[in-house]
Write a protein that binds this ligand. Structure first.
Ligand SMILES: [Zn+2]
Length: 422
């Protein structure tokens, strides 16, 4: 599909005022300006990727990400870069592009996701990218097609340079990050099968304002269900009402479980949290219900085992409410991200940020990413990308195009960093 740029952009003046403001802000913050200009190739590629819909089908058997994976493979072929579209599930695919390094035994992985969240209630056209005030608007602009476009343009630059990079560089766009992480799990299986190349570290593209995220929370979600005999609402006496039982469970959680989570914050990601997120029960306005259920969202800390968190919660609920209440096994768990504080790959990424005048401090976040699965496979993983999480999943998702350009410079510098001895 044709990308649509705002009329101001064609003469190269769009965003001048915004860039000026950013320049002043960076100077105040003591940061050296990087390019402070737009990278037209990164902008054009991002625009192309946003124009190909790839909404996560949430478990439905639809090849949601495959057209954008194919679009990336075609783009790579046009640049002379080897790229493969690899099936994941239900016709959905990852795309993996590779530029061989001088040391074929080690690789650095740049991973980002192809899928986006839904587009209902968007206030900007989701798949007709528009540029105004130095920003590109559209679904996936920052989460996560922006980071992926930056990685691909950096890969192209590395492929064009006369010297191969020190390490093999792999850029992977994966399916299903927004739902069940099946794309990254398949990518890790593929990497494990390739015994000749050891991946020494990974950069996972998400909108982090180009900060180095080295830790994030995980999650455990489960349902708590209360049941009762049910009956006519004119004769409620003696009938256990599951809605009243679940109300007591929610009160117990709020008063006796959740407050203690604040006592043990993690230094980078803060305290764990527990939220009753969905509730439902009853069948009609004149019937004593026979079931009520509440879904919990428990955000876990690095070092917490989600299954153990569930067992402890189940035991506390069972101790208090007995057999009337069932704490079902988790319907979703996701690992938290943790990295060895002394890891050399992580230090190398932070060195690059420092070199280009960016804030190089290691930070943590409450939201999750594919990085936790990569780190759990023994590969140090830093989440790093252009754009802000505050703009992700919003009705007017967008990305700052100067930051996108900076991301290309940073990704290229990481790709060209010397391989640590192994
Ligand atoms: Zn994302």
């Amino acid at each position: 599909m044709r990308q649509h740029y705002g009329p101001d952009d064609r003469d190269g003046t769009a965003g001048t005022e915004v860039r000026g403001r950013r320049h002043d802000r960076r100077r105040r913050e003591g940061l050296r300006d990087m390019t402070d200009t737009i990278n037209p190739d990164a902008t054009a590629l991002l625009s192309d990727l946003v124009a190909v819909p790839s909404v996560n089908p949430r478990g439905a058997a639809e090849p949601a990400e495959t057209p954008v994976a194919q679009r990336i493979a075609d783009w790579c072929a046009a640049q002379g870069i080897a790229a493969e579209v690899r099936p994941v599930v239900d016709g959905r695919c990852n795309v993996v592009a590779t530029v061989p390094g001088r040391d074929p035994g080690t690789a650095v992985l740049f991973e980002s996701h192809l899928d986006t969240v839904e587009v209902e209630h968007m206030t900007t056209p989701p798949f007709t990218p528009t540029v105004r005030d130095g920003r590109l608007f559209g679904r996936g602009a920052c989460d996560a097609k922006g980071p992926l476009a930056a990685f691909l343009i950096a890969l192209r630059d590395v492929a064009r340079s006369p010297q191969p990079p020190p390490r093999t560089v792999i850029v992977a766009g994966v399916a299903d990050e927004e739902h069940e992480y099946r794309g990254v799990l398949r990518l890790l299986e593929d990497l494990e099968r390739d015994a000749t190349t050891k991946v020494s570290g990974a950069v996972v593209g998400e909108p982090t304002d180009l900060r180095a995220v080295v830790a994030h929370k995980g999650v455990m979600r489960c349902r708590i269900v209360a049941t009762g005999p049910g009956g006519h609402s004119s004769r409620p006496w003696g009938l256990d009402n599951p809605i009243e039982t679940i109300a007591r469970v929610v009160t117990f959680l709020a008063e006796e479980v959740t407050p203690s989570l604040a006592d043990a914050p993690h230094p980078l990601v803060g305290p764990a949290s527990l939220v009753p997120a969905l509730i439902g029960g009853g069948t009609g306005p004149n019937t004593v219900p026979n079931e009520c259920a509440v879904s919990l969202d428990r955000r876990t800390l690095p070092g917490e085992d989600p299954e153990q968190v569930w067992r402890e919660l189940r035991d506390r609920i069972t101790d208090r409410f007995g057999e009337d209440v069932t704490v079902e096994p988790p319907f979703l768990t996701d690992l938290a991200l943790d990295n060895d504080p002394g890891d050399r790959f992580v230090a190398g990424v932070r060195d690059v940020l420092a070199r280009v005048g960016r804030d190089a401090d290691a930070i943590g976040t409450g939201w999750g990413s594919d990085a936790s699965k990569i780190a759990a496979a023994g590969i140090p993983a830093v989440v790093l990308g252009p754009g802000s999480i505050a703009d992700a999943h919003t009705p007017d998702e967008s990305i700052d195009l100067a930051e996108l350009a900076d991301a290309v410079e940073i990704a290229r510098a990481i790709m060209l960093a010397p391989a640590p001895p192994h």
